[in-house]
Design a protein around this ligand. Structure first.
Ligand SMILES: *[C@@H]1O[C@H](CO)[C@@H](O)[C@H](O)[C@H]1NC(C)=O
Ligand SMILES: *[C@@H]1O[C@H](CO)[C@@H](O)[C@H](O)[C@H]1NC(C)=O
Ligand SMILES: *[C@@H]1O[C@H](CO)[C@@H](O)[C@H](O)[C@H]1NC(C)=O
Ligand SMILES: *[C@@H]1O[C@H](CO)[C@@H](O)[C@H](O)[C@H]1NC(C)=O
Ligand SMILES: *[C@@H]1O[C@H](CO)[C@@H](O)[C@H](O)[C@H]1NC(C)=O
Ligand SMILES: *[C@@H]1O[C@H](CO)[C@@H](O)[C@H](O)[C@H]1NC(C)=O
Ligand SMILES: *[C@@H]1O[C@H](CO)[C@@H](O)[C@H](O)[C@H]1NC(C)=O
Length: 496
């Protein structure tokens, strides 16, 4: 027991309550599954079998004890999997509730991941480091193993507080909102959120949870499966940033949820990135550029959307594309265009895995190496954090400069980013970016630390005959402040 801890909680939890969309806009999020991020000292690092779908031993304290790995990569927020008590019955056909999404009594914490003090200690340690805590919240449904469950040990105990059982008819919006996700072996009973008692109980619960644990933001599971008005009151009760999961690439559907919560995960951009950058793939760069424009026009605020390449519900990028340049070019777009970049744990280690449960492997088997992808992530965060602090980066909007069959050039806040989908083998091909920079303007690619010349008409040419990698051109004045590519600075003896 640390005698100082109550004082620490007061200072650090109190001071960061109620982080808003504006405060989140410039953050970068590391998403993890609590059970799979880090083991306690002395545990057997080879014992986690993904196929078994059972607990592997990660806890809130093991996250707290391993935050350097996340913070050193430049992340300023951590999104953890759900914290509420889950189903504890016999093993199901889909294994055990190691992922945390099988809610039973939401008013209790999940004892597999630690105690109330442990979760408070994680929150306090994140705040001590100037980082935010985002918690994954499941309110659409609970979990059971029949279509007529006994709810007596759940937070909502009355069958009338749930919609009656029906399987989802995916073409019918009412059915998507009111019927039950899951199947008949593992059912996900759907809360009747139109019931005023259910709504007010949820409102009180989330307000208490956020306050007690100093939570800075919520990721809202299955947002699309609840009638939208519920979220407006739920998020108002929470009083913090809400980031909803609206699965699917339909922009009108996804953007409608920004009327009732701050932001949603950018599934439309994700799908377009896969279509543009995965190898092999349709290489649909013009489609990606079009979708980027539709996102800017279709959402009330596209600069606060959550950009990602991986999560617990989609294939690891490495399982779509083994070519590392495919990952690097796609990843650069999630950091250098509008929105909040999100990296799913293990993306930086090129973990593979096609679908649940294989995209939820343990991180510790990677040895937390400083891989090339980890280092790229660090560089991207370092630049973006600097831009957020010193320019209008977070609010400014991406402009597409050039679209070709194999390349995309964009500009945001005087940074030009050039990406390609040709993969690692060198090719005699170029992408030109037509910038507004004057002739002989000096900029440096922060990934190679090479200077690039601007030709007539503001043209920058990136050619791939000697190799392929994304290029991020940073003007000299910004480069100097960012402290990236120090080796090109030969006058640094008198600076800091
Ligand atoms: C992992 O678990 C699966 C199913 O439970 C089993 O078939 C497999 O042999 C296990 N793998 C190892 C390496 O133990
Ligand atoms: C849509 O689903 C709801 C809920 O199951 C059902 O009551 C309604 O009849 C369905 N509508 C159509 C047109 O099938
Ligand atoms: C490219 O993407 C756009 C936008 O999603 C789509 O309309 C178009 O059909 C796609 N083209 C190909 C060849 O896949
Ligand atoms: C990543 O960066 C670290 C620290 O600069 C360095 O030691 C390591 O070799 C780099 N990893 C790769 C794969 O380049
Ligand atoms: C950005 O500003 C915050 C708050 O002042 C500071 O903690 C952080 O170190 C800064 N980051 C960079 C990269 O300048
Ligand atoms: C590119 O073109 C040059 C000149 O035609 C040729 O020598 C070189 O081998 C080509 N490189 C590639 C990667 O195709
Ligand atoms: C330092 O940079 C200046 C300007 O680019 C160049 O003229 C000079 O030769 C460089 N000095 C060294 C030691 O590299």
């Amino acid at each position: 027991m640390f005698h100082l801890s109550p004082w620490i909680f007061l200072v650090f939890i109190g001071s960061t309550l109620a982080a808003t969309a504006d405060q989140w806009r410039g953050r970068a999020i590391y998403q993890l599954i609590t059970d799979r991020y880090a083991l306690p000292n002395g545990a057997d690092a080879n014992a986690c079998n993904v196929t078994d779908q059972t607990w592997c031993g990660g806890t809130w304290l093991t996250i707290k004890d391993n935050l350097d790995y996340i913070q050193n990569a430049g992340f300023t927020a951590v999104w953890i999997s759900p914290v509420s008590q889950n189903y504890e019955g016999p093993r199901t056909v889909y294994g055990d509730a190691y992922h945390g999404y099988w809610i039973a009594d939401a008013s209790q914490l999940n004892s597999h991941f630690g105690t109330s003090d442990d979760l408070k200690a994680l929150s306090a340690e994140l705040h001590r480091r100037g980082m935010y805590l985002m918690v994954d919240i499941v309110a659409n449904n609970v979990m059971a193993t029949s279509t007529t469950p006994d709810f007596s040990n759940y937070m909502f105990k009355e069958p009338t507080q749930y919609h009656p059982y029906c399987p989802i008819d995916w073409g019918n919006v009412t059915s998507v909102q009111d019927c039950w996700l899951g199947d008949t072996k593992v059912t996900l009973p759907d809360l009747n959120t139109e019931d005023p008692t259910v709504a007010s109980t949820y409102g009180t619960w989330i307000n208490n949870l956020v306050q007690e644990y100093g939570i800075d933001g919520l990721r809202i599971d299955a947002a699309k499966h609840v009638q939208a008005p519920f979220w407006a009151s739920f998020c108002a009760s929470a009083g913090v940033f809400c980031l909803g999961e609206v699965f699917g690439d339909d922009i009108p559907t996804a953007s409608s949820y920004q009327q009732v919560m701050d932001s949603v995960l950018n599934y439309p951009l994700y799908d377009a990135i896969v279509q543009a950058f995965s190898i092999p793939g349709p290489a649909n760069v013009s489609g990606l550029a079009a979708v980027m424009g539709q996102i800017q026009n279709g959402f009330e605020d596209s600069t606060v959307l959550g950009n990602f390449l991986e999560n617990q519900d989609v294939p690891r990028w490495h399982s779509l594309s083994v070519d590392p340049q495919s990952l690097y070019n796609a990843m650069v777009l999630t950091f250098m265009s509008d929105g909040i970049p999100i990296v799913y744990y293990g993306q930086e280690q090129s973990l593979d895995g096609t679908a649940d449960p294989y995209n939820r492997g343990p991180l510790w088997t990677s040895g937390y190496q400083q891989t090339a992808t980890y280092n790229l992530t660090t560089t991207l965060n370092k630049l973006r954090n600097y831009l957020v602090n010193n320019t209008n980066w977070a609010q400014s909007r991406t402009q597409v400069l050039q679209v070709t069959s194999d390349g995309l050039a964009i500009m945001k806040e005087n940074i030009v980013t050039i990406m390609t989908n040709i993969g690692s083998p060198p090719q005699n091909t170029s992408v030109f970016a037509y910038t507004s920079w004057p002739n002989s303007f000096s900029s440096t690619d922060i990934l190679s630390c090479k200077q690039y010349a601007v030709g007539s008409g503001g043209t920058v040419e990136v050619e791939y005959s000697k190799g392929v990698q994304p290029v991020i051109l940073v003007p000299d004045d910004i480069l100097e402040g960012s402290k990236l590519c120090r080796q090109v600075d030969n006058t640094s003896s008198t600076s800091d």
